[in-house]
Design a binder for this molecule. Structure first.
Ligand SMILES: C[S@@+](CC[C@H](N)C(=O)[O-])C[C@H]1O[C@@H](n2cnc3c(N)ncnc32)[C@H](O)[C@@H]1O
Length: 284
């Protein structure tokens, strides 16, 4: 998951060959790039030593560095919080296109199961044209059930950009949002319980189970999101959920069962699949 971070351009000292060797011995495929990033991010030699120890112990590079690159921006990633994946940039792109098509100012956007808040933060940046105040272009709300994720999301979505709530799916949201949400964008856990053991150790051991485990077929949380979506969406509003190619037919079913008009979007290069549903009706 770490190979997509760009190498820093700053004049960092060449990584010590011994650092590269240690990282490679620990199984880091992109050892040179990682060494450069660690050297550029560490504030002191002691810091570098501690970061290297954590990386060699198997922590995800992004949790060690404290940031991930996502949609061309640095997103803060705290220990124990799900690392935003490159494939999720496709979800952001699909959502951004729909935000731009909302026929009124300041569309209401909700990032449910927000983790670091990467999706919401990237959307706010993508749809804002004013560099200093991109959030003015959307009313952004984000929520997650995990306290560590909520703390991290509040760093990536400061008050000037949006609000971040803690709680179980819709229960976390202010009731006043019911029937007003233009874009509900969700990357919920969707790994089937039995497949968790097959994930790379970085994910299995260092990302919270609640961020990964989607129940027996992986779709428990998605079904709960779909079941209540129409109550929260504005007429004509959209729900977008990232899923896998294999699970997509079942995600589509869940959307249809709850009255949404559906379509599928996919990007082969990113291995990304997104199910998009619309609440029937026209935006007021
Ligand atoms: C796969 S991670 C995605 C995080 C983020 N959206 C992203 O793409 O980087 C799923 C997130 O859903 C959260 N989550 C799981 N069950 C939840 C629930 N019932 N209510 C709210 N959040 C939940 C987890 O804590 C985790 O942060």
């Amino acid at each position: 998951m770490s190979h997509h971070l760009s190498s820093p351009s700053s004049a960092v000292p060449a990584p010590l060959p011994s650092l590269v060797t240690r990282l490679r011995a620990a199984g880091c495929v992109f050892a040179e790039d990682e060494a450069e990033l660690l050297v550029a991010t560490a504030r002191t030699p002691a810091d570098l030593a501690a970061m290297t120890d954590r990386r060699v112990a198997g922590f995800p590079l992004e949790q060690v560095l404290g940031w991930a690159e996502f949609c061309g921006r640095r997103i803060a990633v705290d220990p124990g919080v799900f690392v935003p994946r490159r494939r999720t940039e496709f979800l952001v792109g699909q959502a951004a296109a729909l935000v731009r098509a909302v026929p009124r100012p300041r569309p209401v956007v909700v990032d449910l199961c927000c983790g670091t808040g990467a999706v919401g933060a990237a959307l706010a940046a993508a749809v804002g044209s004013a560099d200093d105040m991109p959030s003015a272009h959307i009313e952004l709300h984000a929520a997650d059930i995990e306290p560590a994720a909520v703390r991290c999301a509040r760093r990536n979505i400061p008050p000037a950009t949006g609000r971040v709530y803690e709680g179980d799916l819709y229960a976390a949201l202010p009731p006043g949002l019911r029937g007003r949400v233009d874009i509900l964008v969700v990357n919920a856990p969707y790994v089937p319980t039995d497949a968790i053991g097959l994930l790379p150790p970085e994910a299995r051991d260092h990302e919270p189970r609640v961020a990964l485990d989607g129940g027996a077929d992986g779709l428990d949380v998605q079904r709960r999101v779909a079941a209540e979506a129409a109550r929260w969406l504005a007429p004509g509003g959209h729900l977008l959920i990232e899923t896998s190619e294999r699970q997509a037919p079942h995600t589509l079913d869940a959307f249809r069962r709850h009255g949404l008009r559906t379509r599928l979007a996919a990007d082969e290069d990113l291995c990304a699949t997104v199910v998009i549903g619309a609440r029937p009706g026209t935006a007021p």
